[in-house]
Design a binder for this molecule. Structure first.
Ligand code: ADP
Ligand code: MG
Length: 369
């Protein structure tokens, strides 16, 4: 059985990992970490949701940066603010017993002046959303010329959010000595262009369970009802999950808002997360959800990508996603770190065929309940 030590991780990080109950490396960690530590090359890593991709790129980065060099040596790009915060926080926790390595998260919706001030201090690692990074570059408040490692986490989502131009600009600025590592649970065709353009031809590719992109620990279910009865059945389902935390997905902000109101009216501790909220409110909701003060998060697809909350018992697709990949990412909020979880779709009779398409395409087994 390989340990983090066997993979080449030093004692100072192992101590922190152990405290975080991360003791046995996951598949992607076993495959990616030794490679990334011992080779200088571009890299593509694909592994199911919730299997520890953050540590798979984060630990090699922490090993590689020089804490005595005050320049930014690694840049991690992620599609959403919440994900940036989450990654930065994870890395910070990994460094609890190491030499001081400064990680800064930069994203929109927060005062840029504060971020500029923080960046003026020694910073070795930056985790950023593409949009805010461009702002800071335009203000010459950030210097990327010493970046040796660029990580694109959830790159496909950055593209589907329309960050293509920003990514182009950033990738062009990165020096030739920089290596790019791309990590995602899904590698759709749209990514191929970006990979061809910015990753070298001999980029090393590791895919864990390539034919089963959806985490095997998820139980997939669907429930058919007339649209006007859907809410009642949702309530019934929630009653079977007392005191459990979960996420309910809708497609639009309006649907999220309506459903949140309906749930709150039934005295359920639900709150909404979507892109139109002020950053302060987004932070508040996420904090309350992670602390389990909010039991149910009602969210749009974008705001939940990559989000890692302990012990989510279920994910509800109250409105089916419009892209198959989103089903993977939505349901992947549950069954993380080796735990089990339910992913349940509430559909009308004429949507059953959509469920069947998801089932076939993703090679899943849905149970009708
Ligand atoms: P991914 O990016 O692959 O979806 P994350 O990196 O967010 O997954 O990790 C999911 C959860 O699993 C996190 O809470 C993380 O701390 C935990 N985790 C990561 N690696 C391990 C491990 N080797 N053993 C146990 N838990 C782990
Ligand atoms: Mg992730």
């Amino acid at each position: 059985m390989a340990t983090f030590k066997d993979l080449g991780i030093s004692e100072q990080f192992i101590k922190a990992l152990t405290e975080l109950k991360i003791t046995e490396p996951s598949e992607i960690q076993k495959k990616a970490i030794p490679y990334l530590l011992n080779n200088n090359s571009d890299f593509i890593g694909q592994a199911q949701t919730g299997t520890g991709k953050t540590a798979a790129f984060g630990l090699p980065i922490l090993e590689k940066v020089d804490p005595n060099d005050n320049n930014i040596q690694a840049l991690i790009l992620a599609p959403t603010r919440e994900l940036c915060q989450q990654i930065a926080k994870k890395l910070f926790k990994f460094t609890k017993y190491s030499e001081k390595i400064f990680v800064e998260a930069i994203y929109g919706g927060e005062k840029i002046e504060i971020q500029m001030r923080n960046l003026a201090k020694p910073t070795q690692i930056v985790v950023a959303t593409p949009g805010r990074l461009i702002d800071l570059l335009e203000r010459k408040a950030i210097d990327l010329s010493f970046v040796q490692t660029l990580v694109l986490d959830e790159a496909d989502e950055m593209l589907s959010m329309g960050f293509k131009q920003e990514l182009d600009t950033i990738l062009k600025m990165i020096s030739l000595q920089c290596f790019t590592w791309l990590f995602s649970a899904t590698l759709p065709d749209e990514l191929k262009l970006l990979v061809e353009k910015y990753l070298s031809e001999d980029a090393h590719k590791i895919q864990v369970n390539k034919n089963d992109v959806v985490n095997k620990l998820i139980v997939h279910q669907y429930f058919v009802s007339a649209p006007n009865l859907k809410f009642e059945y949702l309530l019934q389902f929630l009653k079977t999950q007392p005191k459990m935390n979960g996420i309910i997905f809708c497609r639009t902000k309006a649907q999220v808002q309506t459903l949140t109101k309906q749930l709150i009216a039934k005295n359920i501790a639900a709150d909404a997360l979507h892109g139109d909220l002020e950053q302060r409110d987004r932070d508040k909701v996420m904090r309350a959800f992670k602390n389990h003060k909010v039991q149910i998060l009602v969210a749009t697809d974008i705001s939940a990508r990559g989000i890692d909350v302990d012990n989510l018992a279920y994910v509800v697709h109250y409105v089916l996603p419009d892209q198959i990949e989103y089903y993977t990412h939505r349901s992947g909020r549950t069954a993380r770190a080796g735990k089990r979880g339910i992913s349940i779709c509430f559909v009308s009779p004429d949507e059953v065929k959509k469920v069947k398409v998801i089932e076939r395409t993703l090679n899943l087994n849905f149970h009708k309940i």
